[in-house]
Design a protein around this ligand. Structure first.
Ligand code: G6P
Length: 403
């Protein structure tokens, strides 16, 4: 008997890795962890305002918000950071009313420089206070109209490299500049991202782990299409939002064989959503994978006091328990409940603590995972034609006064 086959569609890890190495020569985000932070830190030292308002949307704000939200309560920051991103008029009015505009620095961030939401809000601010070199700084791509505006008004601008996409730009000026201004140690941020970079590219533990995960997610994408990130810390609420853009916009594409691809991101907060979404996971359709993110050390010893409540004596087993221990036990109980079912793919990421390095390492790993899934799926991970078409329609409607 002779035998031949041609059914080996799975690409080997080595081929995928080589393709990523090739891509690394032209896609800019991979090397951002090694860029100089000197200019951002120098500028940050000159900022005297108390309020820092980032005006931007999507990739221009989500990463910064993720890191700020994660660290905010664990660092002594003497400036407030706010984000003006939505066009909801009530939100804009309320946020603007909450700050002293004369003690505010506006950081206008837009890669394209002409995003409707961003410019609409910036125009609104311009009518309230003169935006000039003393209270405004811009982050944009070279050659954009926003850059022209900055030049014409002598406003300092920082560059988003052309080969860095918005949702992969958190370790560029997009994230590092506002974070440096509010007093976050951006060198430690980059060190965390470098750790993940080296761990993967030097083929250490992350190499096999990330390739295995990407391969699994893509091979089983038609059965388990929904990827639920179950974060056991409210500090990760911003990370969840950032993940949704990264995963959705990068992987929801038509592949090189004209087949529609995509993995559906869901981001939820463990201790809260285990009282809602978890029911769907446990008893609902088997179409979800779960990634539980736990924090090892909250650096916080808030305790449940030994207080007996009349009629609730049976709850006294909670007495003297640290909340950090409670939340970890909640995560472990959820993981055990899932694993007992034996038919829901689940992985657990434990980050060491609420610090710069931990969040940056986590984010860089998710960027790598996204790139790997994109390679396995044969899609262009870095464009977003679907979103662009809506933008064009909106601009045309507004231009024609068709509203
Ligand atoms: O940074 P900007 O050019 O203003 O773009 C902001 C956002 O706009 C669009 O909606 C894109 O889909 C996003 O990928 C991008 O992050």
């Amino acid at each position: 008997m002779k035998y031949k086959n041609n059914f080996n569609p799975s690409i080997s890890d080595e081929v995928i890795f080589d393709e990523i190495l090739e891509e690394k020569k032209s896609i800019g985000y991979y090397n951002l962890p090694f860029c100089s932070t000197a200019d951002y830190k120098t500028y940050a030292k000159t900022v005297t305002q108390k309020n820092i308002v980032v005006i931007g949307i999507g990739g221009s704000t989500l990463g910064t918000y993720a890191i700020y939200k994660f660290l905010k309560h664990s660092r002594d920051l003497d400036k407030n950071l706010l984000f003006l991103e939505t066009t909801d008029p009530i939100d804009i009015k309320a946020k603007v009313a909450s700050i002293d505009l004369s003690d505010t620095l506006f950081v206008v961030i837009s890669k394209s420089g002409t995003t409707v939401e961003t410019i609409a809000i910036f125009k609104y601010i311009n009518a309230l206070i003169t935006c000039n070199s003393t209270n405004t700084v811009v982050v944009t791509e070279d050659g954009s109209k926003l850059k022209t505006f900055a030049e014409k008004n002598n406003i300092r601008s920082f560059k988003i490299p052309k080969n860095v996409g918005g949702r992969f730009s958190v370790f560029s000026a997009v994230g590092l500049l506002p974070l440096a201004i509010v007093g976050i140690d951006i060198d430690k941020i980059l060190q965390g991202a470098q750790k993940s970079h080296d761990n993967f590219f030097q083929k250490k533990e992350a190499y096999e782990r990330l390739l295995k995960k990407a391969r699994f997610l893509v091979e089983y994408k038609n059965s388990f299409n929904i990827n639920v990130v179950f974060s056991y810390s409210s500090r990760l609420e911003g990370f969840n939002k950032w993940y949704i853009q990264l995963w959705g916009e990068s992987l929801g594409k038509v592949d090189s064989n004209s087949v529609r691809q995509g993995l559906t991101p869901v981001g939820i907060i463990g201790p809260i959503d285990q009282h809602s979404f978890l029911q769907l996971v446990i008893e609902g359709k088997r179409d979800k994978t779960l990634t539980v993110i736990k924090v090892e050390n909250f650096d916080n010893d808030l305790k449940i006091p030994s207080v007996t409540l009349d009629g609730l004596e049976e709850m006294d087993y909670l007495d003297n328990l640290n909340f950090s221990s409670l939340i970890k036990n909640q995560a472990d109980a959820t993981i055990e409940a899932i694993n007992n079912l034996h038919d829901i793919p689940c992985d657990v990421i434990t980050i060491e603590g609420i610090n710069e390095s931990a969040i940056a390492a986590l984010m860089y790993e998710f960027e790598l995972l996204t790139s790997l899934c994109g390679k396995f799926m044969h899609v262009n991970t870095y464009n977003q034609p679907g979103v662009e078409s809506g933008k064009v329609i909106l601009k045309n409607k507004l231009n024609k006064g068709d509203i």
